[in-house]
Design a protein around this ligand. Structure first.
Ligand SMILES: Nc1ncnc2c1ncn2[C@@H]1O[C@H](COP(=O)(O)OP(=O)(O)OP(=O)(O)O)[C@@H](O)[C@H]1O
Length: 318
C-alpha cells in the first residue's frame, strides 16, 4: 500500500458571504504535498492562503471539493496529533512562563514529547522561566513553535510565522524549523518574505485569486518567469528610442525613471549588443531574475503591464 499524501486538496472552493455579496476566497484549488516536503505558500494579500490553511487544519469547511491530511479528514488528523500549526497571533497566556505554557500544552496530549526536548528544539531552553508577556515577538513565535511540536506532528503548518521579526530573528527561527524538518517532518508555510521561500523551501506554490498559478522548485519557478534583467543608463531617451527598445526581439518589459532603465529580455546578449552598438546606453548590468520577479509576473501580470507603461512614459519625459 502506498503512503498517503501529507496534504491532498481536490477542487477546493470556499465562498464567504461578504457585505457586497459572495467572496470566493478559494476557487478550485488542487494541491498534493508529499510527506517530508517543505513547501512555501506564496500569494498577494487576499489570495486565499489563510483560508486554504484553515481548510487543511479543519478550521474551515470547504464549500465544495475535498481536503485530506494523511488520508484523513483534517479534523481527525488534528485530533490524532498528526498536524499542528504555528499561527501569527493568539494562543498564548501572557502571565504564564514559557515552560508553563509548553507544559500546559503537553497535558492536552496522551503521548507528548518531553517538554525540555521541545523547548530545546525551538531554541528557548534558556528563557524557560520568562513570562510569555515579557518575551519578544520572535521569542513568542518560538513558544508557539514549541507548543506545535508537543504532539510530534507529521505535518507542521505555519501561517506567516515571522511577520514583524528582524532579519536575524527570522534567520535563526528558520534555522530551527529547518533543522527540525531534516528529521522528516512535512512543512507548509505561508509567507510574504519571498527570500524565506527561496532559502528554506523545497517547493514553492504561488496562489492568486484562490487558484494555484505556479508550483515547483524556486529555481524552476524563476526560470519559468523567464528572461534576464538588463539595466542601463540612457541620457535624454526619446519616446521613439524607448519604443524601439521595447520592440526588440525578446524584450518583454521596459521600465525606469530619469536616466536609468531596466528591461527584461529573453536574449540578454542580443539586447546588450544592440544597446552598445546603436544607442548611447552605458553602465550596463545584466542580472538573473529573482523569485520576486517571478512572483510579480505570476501573481499580478496585468497590473505589471500597466505600471511598466506608466513608468516608461515617466522615464521618457523626465
Ligand atoms: N470570514 C470571512 N468572511 C468574508 N470574507 C473572507 C473571510 N475570510 C476571508 N475572506 C476573504 O477571502 C479572501 C481570501 O482571504 P485570505 O485571508 O484567505 O487571504 P490571504 O492570502 O491569507 O491574505 P493575507 O496575505 O492578506 O493574509 C479575501 O478577499 C478575504 O477578504
Amino acid at each position: 500500500m502506498s503512503t498517503p499524501s501529507a496534504i491532498t486538496l481536490r477542487e477546493v472552493t470556499k465562498t464567504f458571504r461578504g457585505n457586497n455579496g459572495p467572496v470566493e476566497a478559494v476557487r478550485g484549488l488542487d494541491l498534493d504535498v508529499r510527506p517530508g516536503e517543505v513547501v512555501a505558500f506564496l500569494g498577494p494579500n487576499g489570495a486565499g492562503k489563510t483560508t486554504t490553511i484553515d481548510t487543511i487544519l479543519g478550521l474551515a469547511e470547504p464549500t465544495s471539493g475535498t481536503a485530506e491530511v494523511f488520508g484523513l479528514e483534517p479534523r481527525d488528523a488534528v485530533a490524532r496529533g498528526l498536524v499542528s500549526a504555528v499561527m501569527q497571533t493568539g494562543g498564548l497566556l501572557k502571565d504564564l512562563s514559557v515552560r508553563e505554557t509548553v507544559a500546559y500544552t503537553a497535558n492536552l496530549f496522551a503521548q507528548p514529547r518531553p517538554v525540555d526536548e521541545v523547548l530545546s528544539t525551538a531554541g528557548i531552553e534558556n528563557i524557560t522561566d520568562r513570562r510569555v508577556g515579557k518575551c519578544s515577538g520572535g521569542e513568542q513565535q518560538r513558544v508557539r513553535f514549541a507548543m506545535a511540536l508537543v504532539p510530534d506532528p507529521a505535518l507542521l503548518i505555519l501561517d506567516e510565522p515571522t511577520t514583524g521579526m528582524d532579519v536575524n530573528a527570522r534567520r535563526s527561527f528558520w534555522e530551527a524549523i529547518r533543522a527540525d524538518a531534516e528529521r522528516g517532518r512535512t512543512i507548509l508555510f505561508a509567507t510574504h518574505y519571498l527570500e524565506e521561500a527561496d532559502d528554506w523551501a523545497d517547493r514553492v506554490v504561488m496562489v492568486r485569486d484562490g487558484e494555484v498559478v505556479a508550483d515547483g522548485g524556486a529555481a524552476e519557478i524563476r526560470a519559468r518567469a523567464g528572461g534576464r534583467r538588463v539595466s542601463f543608463t540612457l541620457p535624454q531617451a526619446s519616446d521613439d528610442a524607448l519604443a524601439a527598445l521595447r520592440a526588440l526581439p525578446g524584450v518583454t518589459t521596459l521600465e525606469g525613471t530619469g536616466e536609468r532603465f531596466h528591461l527584461v529580455t529573453g536574449d540578454s546578449d542580443a539586447t546588450a549588443r544592440h544597446l552598445l552598438a546603436n544607442t548611447d546606453a552605458h553602465d550596463l548590468q545584466i542580472t538573473a531574475r529573482g523569485l520576486e520577479d517571478a512572483f510579480v509576473s505570476f501573481t499580478s501580470s496585468q497590473t505589471d503591464a500597466r505600471s511598466t507603461e506608466s513608468n516608461r512614459t515617466q522615464g521618457a519625459t523626465s
